[in-house]
Design a protein around this ligand. Structure first.
Ligand SMILES: Nc1ncnc2c1ncn2[C@@H]1O[C@H](COP(=O)(O)OP(=O)(O)O)[C@@H](O)[C@H]1O
Ligand SMILES: CC(=O)OP(=O)(O)O
Ligand SMILES: [Mg+2]
Length: 408
């Protein structure tokens, strides 16, 4: 069964085509700057039989996600020759960021499910509209093909109310579902599922702290395999400091700053989402590579941004040690978590009170999925490259093959 996995952002689209259940990636790619006349498409095709792997890039006008998906299907079937025709695509799995309280598991996309995703647009304004566009465009382009939604929020539905409620009038939860949901659940679920393979212990008996540090970033406490708390809240803005998002701030800042700077609520929300975090403090960039470089060249503002970023992640780790009364495994994943030995080392250097001891060589020079603590360390520290797409392909395949077996 061939499963196409889509992760639609506001102006981007990432995709992978898997042959399941072998979990073989046939082609992966991405389109950036959708909505412009110089949208860029990059892909790497593996070929059906592992032979003839090749890459391609192109720049063209792509005005919306529908057009982007047409181009993806063109590349998959004609340009790369990975498939003969779109009829060989059995199912499509979509990353959907906000599923609210309705979804603790992945689900087939129906009108009702799309309605629920639309209801949550206000709670994930950067993500849900793009996810919906991708779903609707796919329905147009591949009518009749089964589509599945895999929610970032689903894994965190196991949080107990004392962790997911805000200490504000309870009626706001009852009336408007104001509560903490958490995100990056597909990533936290994937990386925690890899832990037993690395530490040779059952996840059911482990206390794990998972740090997904990418453009968006979140830290999750996973006890006995279930998320019990996570740093993002009702929206993906709460929690640690991120590339361009602030993370936690005093809510009173909103009234004060909007009055002083004559900003609207929308201006303020946009400031917290797009002009804060590493970018807001450094004045340079939200990209950790640029911050690390500038810091090394002596930029004081970039050094400050780096230190704040590291400190705020470390505070959440400390909080989750308290939440679980201990920690067995600390893991790092996503763009920054996987690729910044400096950040990992700085965080771990301040956790020696836990008996945690980092193996500097494994941290600084190792590659891929690995343990980066010493054998004497009382906490096992791991780097585990995330694979949200594989998780989405697995869920999609499970649902579709379940449906097929019921039909027999
Ligand atoms: N070698 C590196 N060193 C430090 N940070 C890196 C490196 N490579 C990538 N990153 C960071 O990873 C971020 C992207 O992470 P990623 O998980 O791909 O984000 P997203 O999925 O949210 O787009 C980039 O903004 C960049 O800051
Ligand atoms: C939910 C979220 O923040 O996702 P991303 O990191 O992909 O922006
Ligand atoms: Mg991501």
């Amino acid at each position: 069964m061939n499963v196409l996995v889509l992760n639609c952002g506001s102006s981007s689209l990432k995709y992978q085509l898997f042959r399941m259940p072998e979990e073989k990636v046939l082609i992966r790619g991405g389109i950036e700057k959708i909505g412009s006349d110089d949208a860029q498409h990059f892909y790497k095709a593996e070929g059906q039989d592992g032979q003839g792997s090749h890459e391609g890039t192109s720049t063209s006008e792509i005005l919306d996600h529908r057009e982007a998906l047409r181009q993806v299907l063109h590349v998959v079937t004609r340009e790369s020759g990975v498939l003969q025709s779109v009829n060989e695509i059995s199912a499509v799995g979509h990353r959907v960021v906000h599923g609210g309280e309705q979804f603790a598991l992945s689900t087939f996309l129906t009108d009702e499910v799309k309605h629920a995703i639309r209801d949550n647009v206000e709670l994930a304004p950067l993500h849900n509209p793009a996810n919906l566009q991708g779903i609707e465009a796919m329905e147009d382009v591949l009518p009749g093909v089964k589509q599945v939604a895999v929610f970032d929020t689903a894994f965190h539905q196991s949080m107990p109310p004392e962790h997911y409620l805000y200490p504000i009038p309870y009626v706001l939860y009852k009336r408007h579902k104001v509560r903490r949901y958490g995100f990056h659940g597909t990533s936290h679920r994937y990386v925690s599922s890899r832990v037993p393979f690395l530490v040779h212990r059952d996840l059911m008996n482990l206390k794990v702290i998972s740090c997904h540090i990418g453009n968006g970033a979140s830290v999750t406490a996973i006890q006995n395999g279930r998320s019990i708390d996570t740093s993002m809240g009702m929206t993906p803005l709460e929690g640690v400091m991120m590339g361009t998002r602030s993370g936690d701030i005093d809510p009173s800042i909103q009234g004060y700053v909007t009055a002083k700077e004559e900003l609207t609520q929308e201006d303020f929300a946009s400031m917290l989402n797009k002009h804060s975090g590493l970018f807001g403090i450094s004045g340079l960039s939200g990209d950790m590579r640029k911050i690390t470089e500038a810091r090394a060249k002596g930029s004081a503002r970039s050094a400050l941004a780096f230190d704040m970023y590291e400190y705020r992640i470390r505070k959440y780790i400390g909080a989750y040690v308290a939440a679980m009364n201990g920690v067995d495994v600390l893991l790092f994943t996503a763009g920054v978590g996987e690729n910044s030995p400096l950040l990992r080392r700085k965080i771990c250097d301040h956790l020696t009170y836990l008996g945690l001891e980092i193996d500097v060589q494994a941290n600084d020079t190792g590659k891929g999925e690995r343990i980066i603590s010493t054998s004497a360390s009382r906490v096992t520290v791991c780097v585990i490259p995330t694979n949200e797409e594989l998780m989405i392909a697995r869920d999609t395949q499970l649902l579709v093959s379940g449906l097929e077996s019921w039909g027999k």
